[in-house]
Design a protein around this ligand. Sequence first.
Ligand SMILES: Cc1ncc(COP(=O)(O)O)c(C=O)c1O
Length: 371
Amino acid sequence: MKKILFAKPSITKKEIDYVNDAVKNGWGLNCYDYVHRFTDKLKNYFNSPYVWPTSSCHGALHIILMALGIGRNDEVIVPDMTWIGSVTPISWLGATPVFVDVLDDCLSIDPSKIEKAITKKTKAIIVVHPYGNVAKMDEIITIGKKYKIDIIEDAAEAIGSEYKNQKVGSIADFGVISLHGTKTLTSGEGGAIFCKRKDLVEKISIIESQGRKASRRIDFWVDEIGLKYKMSNIQAALGLAQFERADDLIKKKIQIFNWYRKNLESLSDIFLNPKPTWVKNCYWLPTIIFGKSWNFNLDKRNRLLNNLNKKDIAVRPIFYPVSSFSMYQDCPNNIVSQDIYKRGINLPSYFELTENDVKYVVDAIKKELVI
Ligand SMILES: Cc1ncc(COP(=O)(O)O)c(C=O)c1O
């Protein structure tokens, strides 16, 4: 039986050479060489003026929220259906996440529900681009401007996706990405901060450097409490090699998604990742949402996932509503988030997959659904 993994990076001689070089030579005076090269690469790729690589996306969000002065008594709006990584930095700062429902096509935050969630305490809106799908950025930015609320794009899952020809993560004033090993481009663990607001550059830079001003980095004087989420030179070497291959890596993800779409055509009442004309979807994770006629519930979804996983086909459920976790308050009015996770699955997608592998996965799914 074939083993189909869920995700796996594509590592070539380039990645190995860069990492070997960083391990052998990236110390002493050269200890930030790859970090600087990677920072420049990210600035260029995302067309973003201010960039800091980080050790995780969680850390990148934590730094931005702290730089915005978010703390106790503040509220941050966030989509209910996302990975917990979008939310924990809010909680760590003592602020309250306010969970807003998502749209049932792209699974990103529903702009029409954001305004109702805004209060005097709202300090920021975190917009997630889930599985490579792209959020409705114009509507969200208009709301942010109207209420003078900062927008942070969480593009952890969408490197390479574009909205009206702009890379997601660099459309709003603030953005973040994740470079975790399951992502299309990886540095092992890692992330980055993108910022367009010149007035906050020094603040972010001080927090990112454990509270030191740039002029103070060599004499160890600390001006305020900061954070430590720096990316290492070795991770940056891997990240740089991956971004030098970004176009090929993303092209392959799109090809894999198109193979799924073609092979799943015979299934009616299913919905795959949407791609409106103004969007480039990087299809980080091909996602099937089963329509109501399939009568999915949690048991049926889990049975499908377990049976496929038993056949060594690694499939995953889409995210639970974060509000359903015991640390937060349930949001029964978020009807899409409360319902859709029971009928949504993510499919394997990684560089080495062939069209035959995709057919094999789709055939196994169809068999389980008894088509
Ligand atoms: C939407 C979203 N936000 C944040 C994160 C956190 O990323 P990291 O694991 O790099 O901290 C993830 C993780 O994949 C994510 O999917």
